[in-house]
Every structure is written in C-alpha cells, then in structure tokens.
Design a protein around this ligand. Structure first.
Ligand code: FDA
Length: 392
C-alpha cells in the first residue's frame, strides 16, 4: 500500500496550495483528482484571465454562518502574499475595477505557477483518478483510489462545491464531512444568474444582450455594478452578487439610475427640451434599446412637454425602484460558487482541521465560506489551503 504523510483530495486552487505548503515543509504529499487536468476552474476563471485576488479583502466580503471564521486564515496568508508569489514568478497583473486583480496574460499562468511549485515541492499528482472510501484507524487514514489504497497521516479535503458539475464538481467533500460527524450547512448556488416567470421574461427577452449600470438589492444589501439582460432573465455582476443573498420567494429591487434624481432630470427636460421624446432623454444615460423599451412599455407616445407630473413620476419610479420576484436561478450549471458547505463550527479556523478528527482538514469552497464576486473566492482558496498546509 502506498504510504504518504498527506493526501490531498482535489487538485483545484485550495488543494494545490495546501499541497505545496505541506510539501515545502518536507512532508510526503499526494494530490488525487478525478479530473484529467489540475486547476480547471482557475483556467476558465475571470474570462480566461483569472481574477486571482482582490486588494480589498475584508471579512464583510464573505458569506458564512460564522462570518468571523475566515479571519485567521485571511490574515495569515493575505492578498499581498499571493501577489508576491505572482511577482516572484514574473506573472504580470493589473487591477480591472473595484480592487479586482487579473493576469495581464492568461489564467493558465496561474495554473502553471501552481504546477511548477507542486513539482518543486516534490508533491505527487494523480489525475484522472477517482477516490473511494476513506477509513480511519489508529495510525491515520486509508483512502481507496482507482490506483489502489493510500495510507496517510492527514487527509485534506479540497474537492470544492457543486458548481459546474460538468467540470468535475461533486458533493464528495460534504459526504466525507458527514461521514466523520461534521455538520454541513445547506448548500445552494451563488453568484448565479436569476430567472423569472413569463410575465417579466416577456419584458426582458427583447433586451437580451443589453447591459446597464445599476444597483441590485436584496433587503438592505445592494451592489452597484452592471446588470445584464439575458434570454433567461437577469445576469451581470450586480445580479450575480445579489444572488448570493437572495432566497427563494424573496423580492429584488433594481435601480437603473443609482445616485441620480431622475424626477428632477425629467422635469428639467420637460421645461427646457419639451419637443424631445422620452426615449431621447432617457437615452442620455441608458442604452438606446432600453430607453425605447421603457417608453413603449409605459405606453408613453407624447413628447416631454405634454407629459404630466404623474407620467414623470411613473417613469422615475420605473427606473429607480423596479421590484421583481425571481422564480429561481440558473442553478449549479452556471453558478460560480456554492454557498453553505462544511459547518465552520466543526473546524479550527487557524488550521482548518476538523475539531473532533485529528488529521482531517477541509479547505476552499467545500467549507461554508463564500466570497463575493471579484477574486475573493480564490483568496479564500489560497488562504485556507495555506493554513492547512502549515500543519497537515
Ligand atoms: P475547485 O472546484 O477549484 O477544485 C476542486 C477539485 O476537486 C476539482 O479539480 C475537482 O475535479 C476535484 N474533485 C471534486 N470531486 C472529486 C472527487 N469526488 N474525487 C476527486 N476529485 C474531486 N473565483 C475568483 O476568486 N475569481 C474568479 O475570477 C473566478 N471565476 C470563476 C469562473 C467560473 C466560471 C467559476 C465556475 C468559478 C469562478 N470562481 C472565481 C470561483 C472559484 O473558481 C472557486 O471558488 C475556486 O476554484 C474554489 O477552489 P477549490 O480548490 O476549493 O475548488
């Protein structure tokens, strides 16, 4: 039987990082993944440029039943630490917006960086290898794999969430947690487009492809970013962010004119440019297609000068406070992340080790810590993987 110090399940961002750290400490480490290639989500992330971290890492950018859990790992291996590794490898990067850091070249550079570090740390990598039962005895763990059983002192579970099953996502990590008596917080898709009933969809579909800057809120939590109309409903960063806070049955509020006094702007246009059509006035700040669509759906045909106060108020209201009740989301098929996961109550925040099961670790997305859109999820993968790699 193969004998190692540490077996890491999952060759994604968190698993590779944990393996590198443990390998650098001189531990004999194996990473096993059923996918044919390592770091597949890194490769496709950020539109192929990997939004690998965010300058503004802060606890309020993470969703968890215990919001303080992530603090220790995030403070001990920070965004600056990961940036230093990118710099040392000579990988160029830039800030796109809102502190989001992307590769200048391609996401593959990040995968290559990790694979290079894995090789230098002497870590073994078994790809295309399924993982079976995990048992524990007095000396550690035995993990059954398609290439035979492996005995290990420590097991690091880094199998990610349920998002994008066709890329290898599985609920495996949650099963392992439950097998060893850890609780799992109910999982649901996050950072996901929202879908709507026929009535709203009829309004949205003609606008498919149109993007507009807006504010999307769920309760008191709102995001000022782009909103994108699609054939299935709404997407774009503002909607994806809000989706992580949305629960079935709840309403979302869309403001297509955040920070502006639309009623005052329309009154001024009525006074000074009365001959103009509403769509022309709206088109100054909105895409032309959307401006025209709003005009038509409100049944307004007269020029600005002929519109009454009630009409202007109706237009302002439609722009500022559009209330919608999504019927669902596009689900794990397109969700960037999985909310919920291994309950942090059962884990030590400094090491990621299961409190009642010495030698068993959970890192990355499988844990009930989910970041906002913008590089937060990879930073959690690096930080939590690093933390486990120091002790496993
Ligand atoms: P990850 O899912 O990366 O890795 C898990 C690994 O475990 C996979 O290789 C899988 O094959 C393997 N595995 C699963 N089950 C197994 C089993 N039963 N046996 C063996 N192996 C198994 N985040 C961010 O910060 N910036 C970004 O730009 C993006 N962009 C982005 C785009 C898209 C399209 C998606 C889907 C997601 C993102 N994300 C992101 C989120 C980010 O990709 C995600 O949070 C991290 O990849 C999570 O890293 P993990 O290592 O925890 O899991």
């Amino acid at each position: 039987m193969e004998q190692v110090d540490v077996i890491v399940l999952g060759a994604g961002a968190a698993g590779m990082f944990a393996a590198i750290e443990a390998g650098r400490r001189g531990r004999r480490v194996f990473v096993v993944d059923h996918a044919k290639a390592a770091g597949e989500k890194i490769r496709i992330s950020g539109g192929g440029r990997c939004n690998f971290t965010n300058l503004g890492i802060a606890l309020d950018r993470f969703i968890s039943r215990n919001p303080r859990f992530a603090l220790s790992a995030l403070k001990r291996f920070t965004q600056w630490d990961f940036i230093a590794r990118m710099d040392a490898a000579g990988i160029g990067w830039h800030e796109k917006t809102l502190g989001q850091l992307f590769c200048d070249g391609s996401a593959k550079q990040v995968v290559d960086l990790l694979l290079g570090d894995i090789a230098r740390a002497g870590v073994g990598l078994w790809l295309g290898c399924t993982v079976g039962a995990i048992t524990r005895d007095g000396q550690g763990f035995v993990v059954e794999t398609a290439r035979g059983a492996v005995r290990a002192e420590s097991v690091i579970v880094a199998t990610g969430g349920k998002s994008i099953p066709k890329m290898g996502a599985s609920g495996f990590g949650y099963q392992v947690a439950e097998q060893f008596g850890l609780a799992v917080v109910e999982t649901r898709p996050g950072l996901v487009p929202l879908t709507f009933a026929a009535q709203e969809l009829d309004w949205m579909v003609p606008l498919a492809g149109v993007a507009v800057q807006g504010r999307v809120s769920v309760g008191k939590t709102g995001f000022d970013e782009a909103v994108l109309f699609t054939h299935r409903g709404l997407s774009g960063p503002a909607v994806l962010q809000a989706s992580s806070y949305w629960r079935e049955g709840e309403e979302i509020a869309v403001n297509l004119a955040p920070g502006r006094d639309v009623a005052a702007e329309l009154s001024e246009a009525k006074r000074g440019q009365g001959k103009l059509a509403l769509r022309t006035v709206l088109g100054r700040s909105l895409p032309e297609k959307l401006a025209r669509h709003i005009e038509t759906s409100l049944g307004i045909t007269a020029p600005m000068a002929e519109l009454g106060r009630g009409d202007l108020e109706r237009v302002a209201q439609a722009l500022r406070d559009w209330r919608l009740r999504p019927v669902g989301s596009e689900g794990y098929r397109t969700a960037e992340v999985t909310l919920g996961g291994v309950d942090t109550d059962g884990l030590d925040g400094r090491t990621m080790m299961a409190r009642g099961v010495p030698g068993l670790f959970f890192v990355g997305e499988v844990v009930d810590v989910t970041g906002w859109l913008g590089g937060y999820n990879f930073q959690w993968a690096w930080s939590s993987g690093w933390a486990a790699g120091q002790v496993a």
